[in-house]
Design a protein around this ligand. Structure first.
Ligand code: URA
Length: 296
């Protein structure tokens, strides 16, 4: 095996050891791997080995008058999916990303996401960026992240922090609502593959916005953004990092929609937000510090 392949395997094993379970391959990388596979198969055949486990088929005798079969040409690979971020201002650069998301082939080609694209909302120069998992029914209808019941909870959290929704940047890892059979208003979590397909956008959004910190809303967003797995309980309570930007993981605001969300759960989310406020250098009153503490 070539040195390049050994290096690639070493890198993938190191990523796996770090907890990363999925890697995104653009079309160019896939073509390199396909080519490697073709060459391995051809090398095995030349050595007389059976390169494939597929059952061999009897070749029909060809009549002498039949023209010799031409070697099949490999179909032309589609151009690699590449993001070009254009524009002088942050708003223009976000708009340029949004325009490219509409027809982003790595996401579209999976056929598991719905048509309508929902990109982001808020201030492209915000100090705080919040990242959810994927748009749901309400977001798809209104073309804006976090506008349904979970969005209302997020608005309440921002209000308690003394921050305007228009003053932060809100986005999702996946830019399309995940599709389901017989879908009405029901939503599903995006898969790791769907998140990997859209992650290049989030990465570019972070480069454009350059927030002081990011909040990953829920375990799925944390998995897509940071490659973490496990419970939110284990992910929260510390700072992580995404492309050099500090990231705090907290429970998804939808968690607060269940009547069963106890005061203690609300307090945990609030403590995460207090950490975020400290990081942003926002003023914190004594009253704010005491939110969701048991009375007495
Ligand atoms: N949940 C998310 O993760 N994102 C949205 O935009 C809405 C609900």
């Amino acid at each position: 095996m070539s040195r390049a392949v050994d290096l690639l395997l070493d890198h993938l094993r190191a990523e796996q050891a770090r907890g990363v379970e999925h890697v995104y391959l653009d079309e160019e990388a896939r073509e390199v791997l396909r080519d490697l596979h073709r060459r391995t198969v051809a090398a095995k055949k030349n050595k007389g080995g059976t390169a494939s486990s597929a059952p061999t088929q009897a070749t029909p005798a060809r009549s002498k008058t039949t023209a010799p079969a031409r070697p099949r040409e490999a179909p032309a690979a589609p151009p690699p999916a590449e993001l070009k971020v254009e524009g002088a201002t942050a708003a223009e650069r976000v708009a340029s990303l949004k325009a490219q998301a509409e027809n982003w082939q790595p996401a579209r080609a999976m056929g598991t996401l719905r048509e309508k694209m929902v990109f982001s909302v808020g201030d492209p120069e915000a100090e705080l960026m919040l990242v959810g998992e994927a748009p749901g029914h309400h977001e798809e209808r209104q073309g804006e992240p976090f506008v349904g019941p979970a969005g209302q909870k997020l608005n309440d959290i921002l209000k308690a922090m003394g921050v305007e929704r228009t003053g932060v940047y809100i986005s999702n890892i996946v830019k399309f609502r995940p599709a389901m059979p017989k879908q009405t208003s029901n939503n599903r979590k995006p898969t790791p593959e769907e998140m990997a397909a859209c992650l290049p956008f989030v990465r570019e959004e972070v480069k454009v916005v350059r927030p002081k910190c990011i909040v990953a809303l829920g375990g799925t967003a944390a998995e897509g953004l940071l490659g973490l797995s496990g419970s939110v309980g284990a992910m929260r309570g510390k700072w992580h990092e995404f492309d050099g930007i500090p990231v705090r993981v907290t429970y998804h605001p939808a968690y607060l929609l269940h009547g069963s969300a106890a005061l203690g759960d609300k307090r945990k989310i609030w403590e995460d937000m207090l950490e975020v406020m400290e990081m942003l250098g926002l003023p914190i009153s004594d009253k704010q510090r005491g939110f969701f503490l048991p009375k007495g």
